[in-house]
Write a protein that binds this ligand. Structure first.
Ligand code: HEM
Length: 149
């Protein structure tokens, strides 16, 4: 279990950079295409890869949350310890909101294909999703015991 925990924790930590790069690229691409007047084709590869990367994080995060992480606890004074509170409550809720925004943006854009609003929808939903995700990451300077990778 210890090996699995270490492997998943490092995958989850490293994958954050993939998520951030794909999200930024998808947003820049969406706003760029919108400005250029290009028609939203109903699906976009970059937006899809960004969506897959956050869902992968959700999956790994859930395994850590439910079974492996010693930082998640449902006993004692959860809210009194800033690290336990962060991982048990804040990280989960923040990421759930961020991932929901990205998912909503992608599926809403798909349904709007005929209206040609898809690029704007992707750009706006992904931008708000990215902001919430950035705010919910345990960056090293927040002293939550996490590293850069
Ligand atoms: C885009 C989504 C997400 C990103 C970018 C992200 C990023 C991170 C990062 C950078 C860490 C610190 C790892 C370390 O260096 O120790 C972490 C830890 C953690 N994350 Fe996430 N996370 C995301 C979603 C989630 C979700 C949805 C859950 C729960 C369902 C979750 C559960 C956890 C847990 C339990 C830890 C603590 C692992 C440990 O050190 O024991 N994460 N996350």
């Amino acid at each position: 279990m210890e090996v699995l925990y270490t492997a998943l924790k490092h995958s989850h930590s490293g994958l954050r950079w993939v998520v951030l790069v794909l999200m930024v690229l998808a947003i820049l691409n969406a706003f760029g295409k919108r400005r250029g007047g290009s028609v939203y084709p109903g699906k976009d590869k970059l937006a899809l890869f960004a969506l897959i990367s956050v869902h992968l994080q959700l999956l790994i995060g859930l395994v850590l949350y439910l079974w492996l992480s010693p930082l998640v606890s449902f006993e004692g004074n959860i809210m009194g310890n800033s690290v336990t509170r962060f991982y048990t409550v804040e990280h989960l809720l923040g990421m759930a909101v961020g991932i929901t925004l990205v998912t909503m943006g992608y599926s809403k854009a798909k349904r709007q294909a005929e209206l040609n609003k898809g690029w704007k929808t992707i750009g706006v939903f992904y931008l708000f999703g990215l902001i919430v995700i950035l705010l919910s990451i345990p960056w090293p300077f927040r002293n939550l015991g996490a590293g850069w990778f």
